[in-house]
Design a binder for this molecule. Structure first.
Ligand SMILES: [Zn+2]
Length: 355
């Protein structure tokens, strides 16, 4: 750790104010305001080369490594497709090498083939693949950009962004890679920009502001904080506040609203604005709770994002069996097999669709 530190310039100074460019192998600008330290970091790690002095520009070399945690190269062992098969040899699903090793380390499976790396369960699985949805997981994945087909420098794209996905019930998250697709860095960037439009739409539809502005305003704006706090104090302890102090508190509110008298309506208004602006609920969670209430359930939120991805990016290289309404059939099957929690199932498919 110490040695690493000594490699870097000191933590203060002009190096932090520099605006450096980090560009993709094809020249696409990935970051326009990276610090010089960051830029040097790529060079030191062998992930980038300096291509210009002014402005200082680093071009990443494929495969992208380091800071791009999600990035990967086709040859990286953890990404090679492995197969998980039942005791009778039926392919249950494909999986990464890391997951395959997990089964082996727990003695749940044995290796039966080296290439492609195949492991066989030692006991009968609780389930067997059924239908098109499970076929998706039985088919090996090729690491290439699903939009342009490029195989170099691909990064994972969450079609349903993480800010929503993390609030979904487990049955829509665990063992689910359907909505994680490979994109080259250029397409990844374009796609992320396109996502802003749908985020905005959802913010309006679900009254779930995306920006940190409201929160910042409410928590950082000293005047607003004072108004809210004064209103709360008056509301909760009006009879116990000394006269002078009460006059002071009232003045804070009346001045803010530009009124001469603190009526109960004004007081309520101040209290309401306080709670409304203290937008503590994150956008993603609010959108998810909004979609839970819909008759079509949370699957409709997934479908909305998938459709948005298709419409905005027009991908031509989607993996086989990838589909807009991926989960419905899968969940119905699992419900029939008693493998999912009923409450989560209803949240997912909606009250109107539950079987
Ligand atoms: Zn691409």
């Amino acid at each position: 750790m110490k040695e690493d530190r000594n490699d870097f310039p000191p933590m203060k100074g002009s190096c932090y104010q520099d605006s450096c460019f980090i560009v993709a192998p094809d020249g696409e600008i990935l970051r326009g305001r990276a610090g010089r330290l960051k830029a040097n970091w790529y060079i030191n790690k062998g992930c980038g080369i300096q291509v210009k002095e002014n402005p200082f520009t680093v071009r990443l070399v494929p495969p992208l490594k380091g800071d791009w945690n999600n990035s990967s190269s086709e040859k990286h062992p953890s990404n090679l497709t492995c197969y998980l098969v039942a005791p009778d040899g039926e392919i249950l699903r494909t999986l990464g090498r890391k997951n395959a090793d997990w089964y082996l380390s727990r003695d749940l499976a044995k290796q039966v083939k080296e290439d492609p790396f195949t492991i066989q369960l030692k006991s009968e699985p609780k389930w067997r693949p059924v239908g098109v949805c499970d076929k998706y997981y039985q088919t090996p994945k090729i690491i290439r950009c699903v939009v342009c087909g490029q195989t170099e420098s691909c990064v994972r794209k969450n079609v349903v962004p993480k800010e929503y996905r993390k609030h979904l019930p487990n049955i829509l998250k665990s063992h689910q890679s359907h909505d994680v697709l490979w994109l080259c860095v250029t397409c990844h960037k374009i796609s992320n920009n396109c996502d802003q439009a749908l985020r905005k739409r959802l913010a309006e539809e679900c009254r779930a502001p995306t920006g940190a502005i409201d929160k910042v305003k409410a928590t950082k704006d000293p005047l607003l904080k004072k108004v809210v706090s004064a209103a709360r104090t008056i509301k909760s302890a009006k009879d116990r506040i000394p006269f002078d102090r009460l006059a002071e508190l009232e003045a804070i509110i009346t001045e803010y609203y530009n009124v001469s008298l603190l009526t109960s309506e004004v007081l309520e208004e101040a209290l309401k604005i306080g709670t409304q602006s203290l937008n503590k609920e994150p956008h993603g969670r609010k959108v998810v709770s909004c979609y839970v209430q819909k008759p079509e359930g949370l699957l409709s939120l997934e479908i909305l994002w998938r459709k948005h991805f298709i419409d905005s990016m027009k991908p031509e290289f989607l993996p086989p069996y990838w589909s807009l309404d991926h989960n419905k059939e899968r969940l119905d099957n699992r419900m029939a097999q008693n493998r999912v929690d009923r409450e989560d199932y209803v949240k997912a498919v909606g009250r109107g669709e539950a079987v």
